[in-house]
Design a protein around this ligand. Structure first.
Ligand code: TYD
Ligand code: MG
Length: 458
């Protein structure tokens, strides 16, 4: 029988499917976003349709709950504490993990170093982006190049799947998903259709053969991993590798993890010989600060289970424009606007003729509301050109009515504050009431930002 081809159209933006082409997606309204997708009939309907009782009955694959072995398959530890923590305690066999990040941030280096650390599990590195010589060159910069690492330069998923299955390996890396293609769908590599198809095939292989597969994906300019949301839903874990390329610090963040908690972070530094772990990030991030400058505040954030003290810098200057500028680097722009509005309304500070710039030191991005009060303090410190007490850490979320709201994990934040030798912590009153009191740390509870600012600028 001749193989029948089925044609449908899928939106590159939202993934909606329609049977006819049109200039505009009926779902999300994007223009020129529909791409043709051809599937062989045998692939498309290889299972019975709902309601079709002509399907032969079968019990294959059905199991009794009691017969299932629930002993966790042991995690594979890479020996890198930062990396293992983000994964929830090491690599889970049979999982599919997406590693996202901007081009040039260090994804290939991270994966190569992971392979080097687990050489005994015979990892396979599949490259569709770089030649084998380029990989060799990168590997030769590492302290201990993984000489026995298996490499495959290939982009056809139909060749890659059997190679992984036959390589007697527990771990494979695909660099990158955007370069991969499957002959079973008729569209260009890198498009949502190919990305999805290849990822689904890799997922099946991972599950069936118990092989952990890491898939590298470049983030598109709007911050989404290419082949947008669909890929995130499919995979077991999504790790994001972030950092400002002008700085050497990199943060690996679990934004999704079926085998561990999300928002766990690992901190690395990119040096001549690859990525180096940073086990004590607070110390490093605070090392470069200038204690006498105005516009600098130290905040205590928590990312996953990791407390992190970091410097917030603000610069407030009279504007030369009719509309004053606002800029936030490493901090959410909308939160900055909210903080400015609260300061104007509740404290009567006038920002109408001031440019305001806020920056998180070290080029990293953080999104913890507990930084609010510190950001507000840095802004007012710069506006008045009065430095803050450099031995104090500032903790608290700001509410719209000017209240200082409690934050999570206060004991971890205070413990880190004490560990790094700070003398005092300004914190929400309701947190202070319940917090363990670390020795030698003076706690200054505040209920409202007005009171906080009397304390800060007395
Ligand atoms: P790479 O891993 O190729 O990034 P990605 O795969 O995310 O595109 O890393 C690229 C950058 O890292 C490049 O600018 C060079 C730098 N780098 C170092 O500084 N030291 C090193 O040892 C290596 C391998 C790369
Ligand atoms: Mg790369």
């Amino acid at each position: 029988m001749a193989k029948k081809l089925k044609t449908q159209y899928r939106c590159k933006e939202c993934g909606a499917v329609s049977t006819r082409w049109s200039g505009r997606c009926h779902q999300c309204g994007a223009w020129e976003s529909l791409v043709e997708e051809i599937e062989r009939e045998e692939n498309a309907v290889h299972r019975g349709k709902i309601g079709d009782l002509s399907v032969a009955p079968s019990v294959a694959g059905i199991m009794r709950l009691g017969d299932i072995d629930n002993a966790d398959s042991p995690r594979i530890r890479t020996g890198s504490e930062e990396f293992d923590r983000v994964l929830g305690g090491g690599i889970t066999p049979g999982s599919l993990i997406l590693v996202g990040g901007d081009p040039g941030i260090g994804k290939s280096t991270l994966m190569l170093q992971m392979c080097a650390a687990i050489e005994r599990f015979n990892p396979l590195y599949v490259t569709g982006e770089e030649s084998l010589r380029q990989i060799k060159l990168r590997a030769s910069r590492l302290p201990e190049p993984p000489e026995s690492l298996m490499l495959l330069a290939e982009t056809d998923i139909g060749v890659i799947l059997p190679a992984i299955a036959g390589a007697n390996t527990k771990i494979a890396v695909i660099d990158s998903i955007q370069t991969m293609y499957s002959q079973s769908v008729d569209s260009a590599p890198g498009g949502i259709v190919q990305v999805r198809e290849c990822a689904a095939a890799l997922m099946q292989l991972a599950k069936r053969n118990g092989i952990a597969i890491f898939v590298i994906g470049h983030v598109t300019k709007d911050g989404m991993i290419a082949g947008p949301k669909q890929l995130e839903h499919l995979v077991d874990a999504v790790l994001q590798f972030e950092g400002d390329k002008t700085y050497s610090y990199r943060i690996l963040r679990a934004v999704k993890n079926r085998f561990g908690s999300t928002n766990e972070i690992g901190v690395f530094e990119m040096v001549e010989a690859g990525l180096r772990e940073v086990p004590n990030p607070s110390e490093i991030f605070l090392a470069q600060r200038n204690r006498e400058d105005s516009g600098s505040a130290i905040v205590a954030t928590v990312e996953g289970t990791r407390p992190l003290l970091i410097e917030v810098q603000a610069l407030v200057t009279p504007t030369g424009y009719s509309v004053p500028q606002r800029s936030a680097t490493g901090f959410e722009y909308r939160r900055l606007q909210m903080i400015l509005a609260v300061l104007e309304k509740r404290l009567g500070v006038d920002f109408r003729h001031q440019d305001v710039f806020v920056n998180i030191a070290g080029g990293i991005s953080l999104n913890d509301p507990a930084m609010d009060l510190g950001v507000a303090a840095a802004i007012v410190s710069s506006l008045r050109d009065v430095p803050l007490d450099s031995t104090m850490v500032i903790i608290g979320e700001i509410g719209l009515s000017g209240e200082v709201r409690p934050v999570s994990a206060i004991d971890q934040r205070l413990a880190e504050t004490q560990k790094l030798g700070f003398k005092s912590a300004l914190l929400p009153a309701s947190n202070a009431a319940k917090a363990l009191r670390p020795k030698g740390l003076n706690l200054i509870p505040v209920e409202r930002i007005s009171l906080a600012f009397t304390q800060l600028f007395k």
